[in-house]
Design a protein around this ligand. Structure first.
Ligand SMILES: [Zn+2]
Length: 265
């Protein structure tokens, strides 16, 4: 067992336990105090000390504690505020066990009294982030992939690059480190964009596009903002995603990679 990572969301907290190989696991819950534990069987703890007890305190999960239970079992204990619904599953490549712990339905008692300290006061450990957070700006399309083409022949790839360069200027003025996935009219595959962002340790990935409409509606104006979500996306959002991702259709394996990245978040 190598690492424990957690992600707090408004409706759930996800904890990912990274393993060096596929192993079996067993899970159970206890009450009074409420906790869930996962026993990773045939696993030897190789965690750095910082991962052995992680304070979450996000209103769903208090702490995650990890210890070698016996010669064969590593036990991961999730200390809760109250009884919750949860879902545990394993993923491969890399091997990991994932638990989603869902925020309980709101009760009639006032929220303020039951909420723990705000996450700002006790940030979730993010071992990768040091110093200033890096913004990766991704001008959509480029090179042989022009994206949408306007009535005057204007290419989406030109618009996105100009917007990206302007955004970079604004962020640099504000002292925020930035990288662009492309500075010229180059074709960059979606997987290379993702790899680049990870290499540069990006805290946030801002992909800029100028969308087209399917049925030629000249009245369509405004902006659309998409954020990564594990929840259902509507059919029209899926249409846009399908059109935007066409550039990687030549590499079907990328879809599986992206799916696993999204599933991991
Ligand atoms: Zn686009």
């Amino acid at each position: 067992m190598l690492k424990v990572r957690s992600y707090s969301d408004s409706d759930k907290t996800r904890v990912v336990i990274d393993l060096s190989e596929k192993t079996e696991f067993k899970a159970n819950k206890l009450t009074n105090p409420d906790k869930i534990f996962i026993d990773i069987i045939g696993s030897i703890l190789k965690l750095e000390d910082t991962f052995k007890e992680i304070e979450i305190n996000d209103g769903i999960l208090k702490t995650v504690r990890t210890a070698q239970f016996n010669e064969e079992i590593t036990r991961v204990v999730f200390d809760l505020y109250q009884e919750v619904k949860y879902n545990i599953f394993s993923l491969t490549d890399p091997d990991r066990v994932v638990i989603d712990i869902f925020r309980p339905e709101k009760k009639s008692e006032p929220l303020l009294e039951t909420l723990p300290p705000k996450p700002e006061e006790k940030p979730v450990p993010e071992p990768k982030v040091t110093g200033k957070r890096v913004v990766i700006i991704d001008p959509g399309h480029g090179g042989s992939d022009p994206g949408a083409i306007g009535p005057t022949g204007l290419k989406e790839s030109e618009v996105t690059l100009k917007v990206a360069l302007h955004l970079e200027e604004l962020l640099k003025k504000a002292g925020i480190p930035t990288y662009l996935t492309r500075y010229k009219n180059d074709f960059i595959s979606l997987e290379d964009r993702v790899n680049f962002a990870n290499q540069k340790n990006g805290f946030i990935f801002v992909s800029i596009h100028a969308n087209s409409t399917l049925n030629n509606r000249p009245t369509a104006i405004g902006t659309e903002t998409f954020v990564l979500s594990s929840k259902y996306i509507g059919a029209s959002a899926k249409d846009v995603a399908d059109r935007e991702n066409r550039a990687s259709r030549a590499h079907p394996e990328v879809d599986a990679d992206l799916a696993s990245i999204i599933g991991d978040l």
